[in-house]
Write a protein that binds this ligand. Sequence first.
Ligand SMILES: N[C@@H](CCC(=O)N[C@@H](CS)C(=O)NCC(=O)O)C(=O)O
Length: 211
Amino acid sequence: MLALYYYPGNASLLPHMMLRETGVPFETRLVDRGNNAQKSADYLSLNPNGRIPVLIDGDLVLFETAAIALHLVDKFPQAGLAPEVGTRERAEFYKWMIHLTNTPQAEYRAWFYPHEHVSEETAVPAAKQAAEQRLYRMFDVISEQLGDRTWLLGDRFSAADLFLFMLIRWGRGMPRPPRMLPNLNALAERVLARPAVQEALRVEGIQSPFF
Ligand SMILES: N[C@@H](CCC(=O)N[C@@H](CS)C(=O)NCC(=O)O)C(=O)O
Protein backbone atom coordinates (compact mmCIF):
# COMPACT_ATOMS: atom_id res chain seq x y z
CA MET A 1 0.00 0.00 0.00
CA LEU A 2 1.25 3.47 -0.96
CA ALA A 3 0.12 6.61 0.87
CA LEU A 4 1.30 10.19 0.53
CA TYR A 5 1.01 12.72 3.35
CA TYR A 6 0.49 16.03 1.62
CA TYR A 7 -0.69 19.60 1.87
CA PRO A 8 -1.89 21.42 -1.29
CA GLY A 9 1.01 22.92 -3.23
CA ASN A 10 3.64 21.90 -0.67
CA ALA A 11 6.74 19.83 -1.49
CA SER A 12 4.36 16.86 -1.56
CA LEU A 13 3.21 18.08 -4.98
CA LEU A 14 6.29 16.52 -6.60
CA PRO A 15 5.65 12.94 -5.40
CA HIS A 16 1.94 13.48 -5.98
CA MET A 17 2.50 14.39 -9.66
CA MET A 18 4.91 11.46 -9.99
CA LEU A 19 2.42 8.99 -8.50
CA ARG A 20 -0.22 10.25 -10.96
CA GLU A 21 2.31 9.78 -13.79
CA THR A 22 2.85 6.14 -12.76
CA GLY A 23 -0.88 5.40 -12.72
CA VAL A 24 -0.52 3.12 -9.66
CA PRO A 25 -3.15 3.19 -6.90
CA PHE A 26 -2.24 5.22 -3.82
CA GLU A 27 -3.90 7.10 -0.98
CA THR A 28 -3.54 10.79 -0.29
CA ARG A 29 -3.59 11.84 3.37
CA LEU A 30 -4.06 15.53 4.02
CA VAL A 31 -1.87 17.00 6.78
CA ASP A 32 -3.92 19.68 8.49
CA ARG A 33 -1.37 22.50 8.48
CA GLY A 34 -4.05 24.90 9.70
CA ASN A 35 -3.83 23.04 13.00
CA ASN A 36 -0.08 22.47 12.75
CA ALA A 37 -0.69 18.74 12.35
CA GLN A 38 2.80 18.38 10.88
CA LYS A 39 4.08 18.98 14.43
CA SER A 40 1.68 16.52 16.09
CA ALA A 41 3.06 13.46 17.89
CA ASP A 42 1.48 11.18 15.31
CA TYR A 43 3.09 12.99 12.38
CA LEU A 44 6.45 13.38 14.16
CA SER A 45 6.51 9.59 14.54
CA LEU A 46 6.58 9.49 10.71
CA ASN A 47 8.89 12.47 10.14
CA PRO A 48 10.72 13.71 13.26
CA ASN A 49 11.45 16.96 11.37
CA GLY A 50 7.74 17.78 11.23
CA ARG A 51 7.81 18.53 7.52
CA ILE A 52 5.72 17.55 4.54
CA PRO A 53 5.80 15.16 2.64
CA VAL A 54 6.01 11.61 3.92
CA LEU A 55 5.51 8.55 1.74
CA ILE A 56 4.32 5.26 3.16
CA ASP A 57 5.24 2.26 1.06
CA GLY A 58 4.21 -0.87 2.94
CA ASP A 59 6.31 -0.81 6.09
CA LEU A 60 8.68 1.81 4.65
CA VAL A 61 8.16 5.34 6.01
CA LEU A 62 10.10 7.82 3.90
CA PHE A 63 10.66 11.55 4.39
CA GLU A 64 12.62 14.04 2.21
CA THR A 65 11.00 14.98 -1.08
CA ALA A 66 13.98 14.12 -3.29
CA ALA A 67 14.46 10.72 -1.62
CA ILE A 68 10.77 9.95 -2.16
CA ALA A 69 11.07 11.03 -5.79
CA LEU A 70 14.13 8.85 -6.42
CA HIS A 71 12.43 5.91 -4.73
CA LEU A 72 9.37 6.30 -6.98
CA VAL A 73 11.58 6.50 -10.07
CA ASP A 74 13.25 3.20 -9.09
CA LYS A 75 10.10 1.45 -7.96
CA PHE A 76 8.12 2.23 -11.11
CA PRO A 77 10.68 2.15 -13.95
CA GLN A 78 7.86 1.52 -16.44
CA ALA A 79 6.68 5.10 -15.84
CA GLY A 80 9.89 6.30 -17.48
CA LEU A 81 10.42 9.16 -15.03
CA ALA A 82 14.21 8.89 -15.33
CA PRO A 83 16.76 7.59 -17.83
CA GLU A 84 18.31 4.16 -17.41
CA VAL A 85 20.78 3.62 -14.56
CA GLY A 86 24.42 3.93 -15.56
CA THR A 87 23.81 6.19 -18.56
CA ARG A 88 25.07 9.70 -19.09
CA GLU A 89 21.46 10.93 -19.04
CA ARG A 90 20.91 9.27 -15.65
CA ALA A 91 23.94 11.17 -14.31
CA GLU A 92 22.43 14.43 -15.62
CA PHE A 93 19.15 13.47 -14.00
CA TYR A 94 20.90 13.05 -10.62
CA LYS A 95 22.60 16.39 -11.10
CA TRP A 96 19.28 18.16 -11.55
CA MET A 97 17.45 16.33 -8.77
CA ILE A 98 20.22 17.07 -6.27
CA HIS A 99 20.67 20.64 -7.46
CA LEU A 100 16.96 21.38 -7.27
CA THR A 101 16.58 19.95 -3.79
CA ASN A 102 19.65 21.40 -2.13
CA THR A 103 19.85 24.74 -3.90
CA PRO A 104 16.52 26.40 -4.90
CA GLN A 105 14.30 24.20 -2.71
CA ALA A 106 16.50 24.86 0.31
CA GLU A 107 16.63 28.57 -0.53
CA TYR A 108 12.85 28.71 -0.68
CA ARG A 109 12.84 27.53 2.91
CA ALA A 110 14.72 30.77 3.77
CA TRP A 111 12.25 32.79 1.69
CA PHE A 112 9.07 31.21 3.08
CA TYR A 113 10.37 30.95 6.66
CA PRO A 114 12.87 33.84 7.03
CA HIS A 115 12.28 34.00 10.81
CA GLU A 116 14.06 30.63 11.10
CA HIS A 117 17.22 32.29 9.81
CA VAL A 118 17.52 35.31 12.08
CA SER A 119 17.46 35.90 15.82
CA GLU A 120 15.90 39.40 15.70
CA GLU A 121 12.39 39.93 14.32
CA THR A 122 13.56 43.22 12.74
CA ALA A 123 16.00 41.28 10.56
CA VAL A 124 13.24 39.20 8.93
CA PRO A 125 12.54 41.48 5.91
CA ALA A 126 16.25 41.72 5.04
CA ALA A 127 16.66 37.94 5.36
CA LYS A 128 13.68 37.39 3.05
CA GLN A 129 14.97 39.86 0.51
CA ALA A 130 18.43 38.30 0.51
CA ALA A 131 16.89 34.86 -0.07
CA GLU A 132 14.85 36.34 -2.92
CA GLN A 133 17.96 37.75 -4.60
CA ARG A 134 19.70 34.38 -4.30
CA LEU A 135 16.63 32.67 -5.80
CA TYR A 136 16.67 35.07 -8.75
CA ARG A 137 20.29 34.15 -9.47
CA MET A 138 19.53 30.43 -9.15
CA PHE A 139 16.63 30.63 -11.58
CA ASP A 140 18.74 32.69 -14.01
CA VAL A 141 21.31 29.88 -14.06
CA ILE A 142 18.70 27.14 -14.44
CA SER A 143 17.03 29.06 -17.26
CA GLU A 144 20.36 29.53 -19.02
CA GLN A 145 21.17 25.83 -18.65
CA LEU A 146 17.74 24.82 -19.95
CA GLY A 147 18.01 27.15 -22.92
CA ASP A 148 15.39 26.42 -25.56
CA ARG A 149 15.43 22.67 -24.92
CA THR A 150 12.10 20.97 -24.28
CA TRP A 151 13.07 19.41 -20.92
CA LEU A 152 15.97 19.66 -18.48
CA LEU A 153 17.43 16.51 -20.06
CA GLY A 154 16.83 17.74 -23.60
CA ASP A 155 14.25 15.66 -25.50
CA ARG A 156 13.54 13.39 -22.58
CA PHE A 157 10.94 14.25 -19.96
CA SER A 158 11.84 13.24 -16.38
CA ALA A 159 10.85 13.76 -12.77
CA ALA A 160 13.35 16.65 -12.70
CA ASP A 161 10.94 18.64 -14.90
CA LEU A 162 8.13 18.05 -12.42
CA PHE A 163 10.45 19.19 -9.63
CA LEU A 164 11.36 22.35 -11.53
CA PHE A 165 7.68 23.02 -12.26
CA MET A 166 6.91 22.89 -8.53
CA LEU A 167 9.75 25.29 -7.75
CA ILE A 168 8.70 27.70 -10.51
CA ARG A 169 5.21 27.60 -9.06
CA TRP A 170 6.42 28.44 -5.55
CA GLY A 171 7.88 31.69 -6.81
CA ARG A 172 4.67 32.96 -8.39
CA GLY A 173 4.30 35.60 -5.67
CA MET A 174 7.80 37.02 -5.99
CA PRO A 175 8.23 40.48 -7.51
CA ARG A 176 10.14 38.83 -10.34
CA PRO A 177 8.53 35.38 -10.58
CA PRO A 178 10.45 32.60 -12.37
CA ARG A 179 7.78 32.53 -15.10
CA MET A 180 9.18 35.87 -16.31
CA LEU A 181 12.12 33.91 -17.69
CA PRO A 182 10.80 32.68 -21.07
CA ASN A 183 12.60 29.30 -20.95
CA LEU A 184 11.14 28.54 -17.53
CA ASN A 185 7.70 29.74 -18.54
CA ALA A 186 7.75 27.46 -21.60
CA LEU A 187 8.82 24.45 -19.54
CA ALA A 188 6.15 25.12 -16.92
CA GLU A 189 3.50 25.32 -19.67
CA ARG A 190 4.65 21.98 -21.06
CA VAL A 191 4.54 20.34 -17.63
CA LEU A 192 1.14 21.86 -16.91
CA ALA A 193 -0.25 20.31 -20.12
CA ARG A 194 0.42 16.78 -18.82
CA PRO A 195 -2.78 14.97 -17.78
CA ALA A 196 -1.14 13.53 -14.63
CA VAL A 197 -0.15 17.03 -13.53
CA GLN A 198 -3.63 18.38 -14.20
CA GLU A 199 -5.07 15.58 -12.09
CA ALA A 200 -2.69 16.18 -9.17
CA LEU A 201 -3.52 19.91 -9.21
CA ARG A 202 -7.24 19.19 -9.40
CA VAL A 203 -7.12 16.73 -6.48
CA GLU A 204 -5.16 19.27 -4.39
CA GLY A 205 -7.69 21.96 -5.24
CA ILE A 206 -5.04 24.17 -6.85
CA GLN A 207 -6.42 26.69 -9.31
CA SER A 208 -5.06 29.18 -11.81
CA PRO A 209 -2.67 31.01 -11.75
CA PHE A 210 -0.65 27.81 -11.50
CA PHE A 211 2.80 29.41 -11.65
N1 LIG B 1 13.79 19.01 2.94
C1 LIG B 1 12.41 18.75 3.21
C2 LIG B 1 11.68 20.07 3.33
C3 LIG B 1 10.20 19.89 3.44
C4 LIG B 1 9.50 21.19 3.81
O1 LIG B 1 10.12 22.21 4.13
N2 LIG B 1 8.16 21.13 3.77
C5 LIG B 1 7.35 22.28 4.11
C6 LIG B 1 6.20 22.44 3.13
S1 LIG B 1 6.76 22.71 1.49
C7 LIG B 1 6.75 22.08 5.49
O2 LIG B 1 6.54 20.97 5.93
N3 LIG B 1 6.44 23.21 6.17
C8 LIG B 1 5.76 23.19 7.42
C9 LIG B 1 6.68 23.36 8.59
O3 LIG B 1 7.91 23.49 8.42
O4 LIG B 1 6.15 23.37 9.70
C10 LIG B 1 11.82 17.91 2.09
O5 LIG B 1 12.21 18.13 0.94
O6 LIG B 1 10.99 17.02 2.36
